[in-house]
Design a protein around this ligand. Structure first.
Ligand SMILES: Nc1ncnc2c1ncn2[C@@H]1O[C@H](COP(=O)(O)OP(=O)(O)O)[C@@H](O)[C@H]1O
Ligand SMILES: [Mg+2]
Length: 299
């Protein structure tokens, strides 16, 4: 693991060097002057809402005028394409084939979000030889020309693939539900992250809450533990209400920010997007009409 961490640090240093060089000669191969933001979405426990957040946040950011690319890196559970309601012809690993260009594996998703399917390819990526890694690295490098923000949907837990992606990303959104098991697993992710990197840019999203107090309680619980045992605190970027609209949208294979933009879940995701762009604390989201109906009909 420490090997992996140092390899990643080297990669990041190489990239920083290249950017500094590029600035000197007046051309930037890595996106805009500020650089493309890379945001990994991860969780300790599976099934807590990573893919739904990844897809809907990508669409929300795209609607806010950003060019967004979403990379599905959840091995075995790669399902961004399902939630996008789109068919994927190729995946990341096809880039290893000579003549396959980045454009060939990039699909157009909802609202113009670009996405790359992970399929089973990503797992193999870490078993590649140096030449293959270089090829992938080179071809993927141009993603930053296509996007202002790259969102990576990682798998859950602390297996190697997930940790690599999380460590490589400059920003991490850690999603959890209020369930005790999800919290314990989220803590384990913070711990791993605190052990392998000095960067402190991991932010919490609490999904499937019933009221704002529940979000505060979850954030407090996590922070008490991380402060006590790791000496770090984790800011809470936002929350998403438990919302029938999410489940309906999954069934219809549509992002809920498009199919139900007024749902409480969608308004929460728009707030999270705003928080990422403006750096603001999430404003309070009233649960609205759908919640009224949910209560009324005893959902
Ligand atoms: N805010 C929410 N309200 C209601 N159901 C949700 C919510 N978030 C997630 N779900 C349910 O949880 C399931 C798993 O979500 P998903 O995004 O696929 O999780 P992960 O990618 O972490 O495995 C969804 O298909 C949906 O049924
Ligand atoms: Mg998923």
């Amino acid at each position: 693991m420490s090997d992996q961490a140092s390899r990643l640090r080297n990669l990041l240093e190489e990239r920083a060097e290249a950017e500094a060089l590029a600035r000197k000669v007046g051309s930037l191969p890595f996106g805009t002057a500020q650089g493309t933001r890379v945001i990994a979405i991860t969780s300790g426990k599976g099934g807590v809402g990573k893919t739904n957040l990844a897809v809907n946040l990508s669409v929300a950011l795209q609607l806010s005028g950003q060019r967004v690319m979403l990379i599905d890196a959840d091995i075995g559970m790669a399902n961004v394409n399902l939630l996008m309601g789109a068919v994927t012809r190729r995946s990341l690993i096809d880039l290893l084939t000579d003549g396959v260009k980045l454009e060939d594996v990039v699909e157009n998703g909802a609202a113009g979000v670009k996405y790359i399917s992970g399929a089973a390819g990503v797992e193999a990526a870490w078993n590649l030889n140096r030449g293959e890694q270089r090829k992938l690295h080179k071809k993927l490098g141009r993603c930053s020309e296509m996007a202002d923000i790259i969102i990576i949907d990682t798998g859950a837990g602390l297996n190697r693939n997930v940790v690599e992606f999380v460590l490589a990303a400059e920003e991490v959104l850690l999603i959890t539900t209020p369930e005790p098991t999800a919290l314990a697993d989220a803590y384990a992710v913070v711990k791993a992250y605190a052990t392998y990197t000095d960067r402190r840019n991991i932010k919490l999203i609490v999904n499937r809450i019933h009221d704002e107090d529940e979000c505060d309680a979850v954030a407090d619980k996590i922070n008490q533990t991380t402060q006590k045992f790791l000496g770090v605190s984790v800011d809470c970027l936002g929350y998403i209400y438990e919302d029938r609209a999410v489940i309906d949208a999954v069934h219809r294979q549509e992002p809920f920010v498009l199919s139900a933009p007024n749902s409480s879940a969608a308004r929460c995701v728009f707030e999270i997007a705003r928080g990422l762009l403006i750096g603001d604390k999430m404003a309070s989201v009233a649960k609205g009409w759908r919640a009224f109906l949910d209560r009324l009909f005893g959902y």
